[in-house]
Design a protein around this ligand. Structure first.
Ligand code: PLA
Length: 458
């Protein structure tokens, strides 16, 4: 009798929780409809359609603007100029300006094709088991006490974006504090991913435009005044778009602040290996947080570090305090994933697992990854030298100081428009350029464009 009453109370509570989650989602949608969230017009939700007889029922659908990052490639593709250069999306190019499929990826694919025992059955909801285990090892280190103690649940997701979204959906359903703090600025899609999952997005100070460096004081102040338990989005390395990463000492300050306020860290690791060329080096921030034994979320992407952009391979890991909690969390992640896309695709995750579990392939990967990271660092030096040679006004040392795929140039919107119009150079309107899209051949053209923009457009 007693037991039944408890069960009934639990059911009622569950119902309440579910309905409040549904309410929150509805209110998010309502705010979208009212245009208070999405400042890109009606790209996500538009007003309900109705039409007169003979008209399309979608006649009222407004045209949405292109995505601020992927739309740059759309514009680039339409430009017939032979000197055009796409420095918008963060996609690696060779010295010849071509997309790169890593040798080690080709080898792994060959192995997979040759293996006649492989079939195309559905994967489990959580994806390829080996892939999940190896992904957690890659970011946390195989000797991590969290892994040894089975405190981590890892699910295969649709690249970094999908991992963020699954994590956000889980938090909106099961976590008591629904505010997430993201850095200002950050990757543009973060706001949309978290808002649409039902979380409230706020920003913390990150970048100081005067020093073109980290505003550590502002960051610590903002996290210090966040409500207890708030979620904090952190870029594990190679911050996008600023290229500004905290030093290890600053990471330690951030960790102490986050833990002292019981904030929940959510790492976005989209560039492991791309910042320093070292997989372990670029995972240090995450490992510092996991090392203190408290909870942590990590979204991993293999788009950049294995060049698997279009294969959509990534993983979400949630580090818990006990193995029992971790396994219950995983059971709920399955409920998040199943109605979204049922289960993830096989091919990309099988490539990653093949490489990560074979000592030789893994080693080969680290060499190819280092070569990509080094080429980006060389491009920084070339661009910096080219601007110095032209006597371009201003201090350009941030080009060599910044880390990862992007340089946050400091060029303003007008200057960007000028460079696109006059020089056919495509980049995001915030002045971010993808260094990975540059080559020795194209550096002079970019330097000419920047010089002209700086000296003629205010
Ligand atoms: N997180 C950050 C910080 C990113 O920069 C990106 C990709 C992702 C997550 C998502 O990557 P994935 O889903 O492809 O794994 N940012 C790119 C591409 C490279 C994009 O905008 O989608 C960029 O140009 O900013």
């Amino acid at each position: 009798m007693q037991k039944k009453r408890v069960g009934q109370t639990e059911d009622v509570n569950k119902l309440k929780m579910n309905s409040s989650a549904a309410d929150r989602r509805l209110s998010t949608v309502a705010r979208h409809l009212a245009g208070t969230i999405n400042n890109e017009g009606s790209s996500i939700f538009s007003s309900p359609t109705s039409a007169g007889v003979g008209d399309s029922v979608f006649a009222n659908v407004a045209r949405a603007p292109e995505d601020p990052i992927l739309g740059v490639t759309v514009a680039y593709n339409k430009d017939p100029s032979p000197v055009k250069l796409n420095l918008g999306v963060g996609a690696y190019r060779t010295e010849e300006g071509k997309p790169l499929v890593l040798n080690v990826v080709r080898k792994a694919e060959q192995l997979l094709v040759n293996d006649r025992s492989r079939v195309k059955e559905y994967l489990p909801i959580v994806g390829v088991a080996d892939f999940n285990k190896l992904s957690a090892n890659l970011i946390l280190g195989a000797d991590s006490p969290a892994i040894q103690g089975n405190l981590v649940t890892t699910v295969q997701c649709l690249s970094g974006t999908g991992s963020l979204r699954v994590g956000a959906e889980f938090l909106a359903r099961h976590y008591y504090e629904r505010t997430i703090y993201i850095p200002n600025p950050t990757w543009g899609n973060h706001t949309k991913v978290f808002t649409l999952a039902g979380l409230t997005v706020k920003t913390y100070r990150y970048y100081d435009p005067v020093t073109r460096g980290l505003n550590i004081q502002g960051l610590l102040e903002d996290l210090g005044s966040a409500p207890t338990g708030a979620i904090v989005l952190l870029h594990a390395c190679a911050h996008n778009p600023t290229g500004v990463d905290p030093t290890l000492q600053q990471w330690e300050q951030i960790r102490q602040m986050i833990r002292s306020k019981s904030l929940l860290p959510f790492f976005d690791s989209a560039y492991q290996g791309f910042a320093s060329g070292s997989l372990d080096g670029d995972a240090q921030s995450v490992r510092m947080f996991v090392g203190d034994g408290s909870e942590c979320f990590i979204a991993q992407s293999y788009a950049k570090n294995m060049g698997l952009y279009g294969e959509r391979v990534g993983a979400l890991s949630i580090v818990c305090r006990t193995a029992d909690v971790a396994s219950r969390v995983e059971s709920q992640l399955k409920l998040v994933i199943r109605p979204m896309y049922s289960n993830p695709p096989i091919h990309g995750a099988s490539i990653v697992a093949t490489i990560l579990k074979d000592r030789n392939l893994y080693h080969e990967w680290t060499l190819e990854l280092k070569a990509m990271a080094d080429r980006i660092i060389t491009m920084r030096k070339h661009l910096f030298d080219a601007l110095c040679a032209r006597g371009t006004p201003g201090d350009w040392s941030h080009i060599i100081k910044q880390i990862g795929m992007f340089t946050f140039t400091g060029l303003n919107r007008k200057q960007v428009t000028f460079m696109t119009k006059e020089y056919h150079i495509y980049m995001t309107s915030d002045g971010r350029i993808s260094m990975a899209g540059l080559s020795s051949r194209t550096v002079p053209h970019l330097a000419d464009a920047i010089h002209a923009a700086i000296t003629t457009v205010v």
